[in-house]
Design a protein around this ligand. Structure first.
Ligand SMILES: Nc1ncnc2c1ncn2[C@@H]1O[C@H](COP(=O)(O)OP(=O)(O)OP(=O)(O)O)[C@@H](O)[C@H]1O
Ligand SMILES: [Mg+2]
Length: 370
């Protein structure tokens, strides 16, 4: 187990501030997901943590020791790269065993540990193959085994499952979670899949243009995104430009109580937080399309001034294109100049939607080791 601390990290490539003043700490055995759009600096942070990139400023501490200038092999870190880099002239077993051989461990121990690592990623019996004889997903799992076998204190994973199909990705995600709990490895996991982050992370750090936007537990990031960027990036969100007058935010046809100074503001509403009620005649918003996902209906609406909104309704609810609905937001957030400035005045306990609830429940089960 190890703690990781990043202080004011910076890396500049010509005109690009790839990583700009990033500070962050990761606790013993914690799994932190770095999430953000392409080019936001995730891989650059990870490469600096692993020692493959030199920071222009800032420091990296592992268990309190400054490792900023240590070579990769002198750090207690293991890294699985974004594009799997296996040695093509070696078979799978030798790829996995290589690091152990460098450590001059006894042959029998090398064999046992390398085979156990291959077994762990579901590739028992593949030892004699060449990397070119494996699928992309299998190669990615060899890369994972190659890092795990060295039992690093901190494992750095750069979108390790990006090239895999959904089913395999979910299985390996479970696998990683289990390994992390069993071995107590601290992990930093880069992804640009928000579902992956919500399902895996103890905490999520969201990056944008080299900077951290928010670092919080998944349900907080989902429920209280601290910036408009995060609100739009995680999960589905309706964003409606509006204006505050006399203690109310007026956005599209909605009018909601807020305690904010007069002026423009943006209303953010999750689809599952919009209650839909049948409106008489042409009042309210017009239903444009209804999609039945089995677990819920997704209802697309146009308000009078043609703002598009998406709401969810109970399965079996009788909504159809052409109907009119009155919108009653149960929860909402308000942003001004990109920053969160108001949550609903009557918040309630804030139930998470079923999809997120099950993700969080999975996580809690794993955390409890059951
Ligand atoms: N060696 C380099 N030379 C010049 N620019 C670089 C270099 N490495 C990264 N960059 C730039 O730094 C920025 C951050 O890149 P990085 O690879 O960290 O992004 P990322 O968040 O991992 O993106 P992706 O999700 O696409 O992998 C990008 O604008 C990228 O073009
Ligand atoms: Mg990357």
């Amino acid at each position: 187990m190890a703690t990781l601390e990043i202080r004011n990290l910076r890396r500049i490539f010509g005109p690009t501030r790839a990583v700009d003043d990033v500070s962050l700490s990761v606790d013993h055995g914690e799994l932190l997901c770095l999430l953000g759009p392409s080019g936001s600096g995730k891989s650059t942070v990870l490469r600096m943590l692993g020692g493959f990139e030199r920071p222009d400023a800032g420091s990296i501490l592992i268990d309190g020791e400054n490792v900023t200038n240590l070579a990769p092999e002198r750090r207690p870190t293991g890294m699985v790269f974004q594009s799997h880099a296996l040695w093509s002239h070696m078979d799978v077993f030798s790829n996995v065993a290589f690091g152990l051989k460098l450590r001059r461990l006894p042959r029998a121990e090398i064999r046992t540990r390398a085979e156990a690592a291959l077994d762990m990623v579901g590739l028992a019996g593949y030892g004699a193959r060449r990397p070119t004889q494996l699928s992309g997903g299998q190669q990615q799992r060899v890369a994972l085994a190659r890092s795990l076998v060295l039992e690093p204190k901190i494992l750095l994973l750069d979108e390790p499952f990006a090239s895999l199909d959904q089913h395999l990705r979910e299985r390996l995600r479970e696998e990683v979670r289990e390994i992390q709990h069993r071995a107590g490895i601290t992990m930093v996991f880069v992804t640009h899949g928000q579902d992956e982050a919500l399902a895996l992370a103890d905490r999520i750090a969201i990056m944008r243009d080299g900077r951290l936007e928010q670092v919080d537990r998944p349900e907080i990031v989902y429920r209280q995104p601290s910036t408009e960027f995060v609100a739009g990036f995680i999960g589905q969100m309706n964003m409606v430009d509006g204006e505050v007058h006399g203690g109310r935010l007026h956005a599209a046809e909605l009018s909601l109580p807020v305690s904010l100074a007069e002026g423009p503001a943006t209303l953010a509403l999750r689809p599952e937080d919009i209650g839909l009620h049948r409106a008489s005649g042409e009042a309210g918003a017009r239903v444009m399309r209804v999609t039945d996902f089995g677990t819920h209906l997704s209802v697309e609406l146009h308000t009078g001034d043609r703002v598009r909104l998406r709401a969810t309704a109970e399965p079996g609810a009788e909504w159809a294109a052409g109907m009119h609905a009155e919108l009653r937001p149960r929860k909402f957030a308000v942003y001004r100049e990109g920053k969160l400035c108001a949550l609903p005045l009557a918040p309630g306990s804030g139930e998470l939607p079923a999809s997120i609830q099950s993700l969080v429940a999975d996580q809690t089960r794993h955390a409890a080791g059951t």
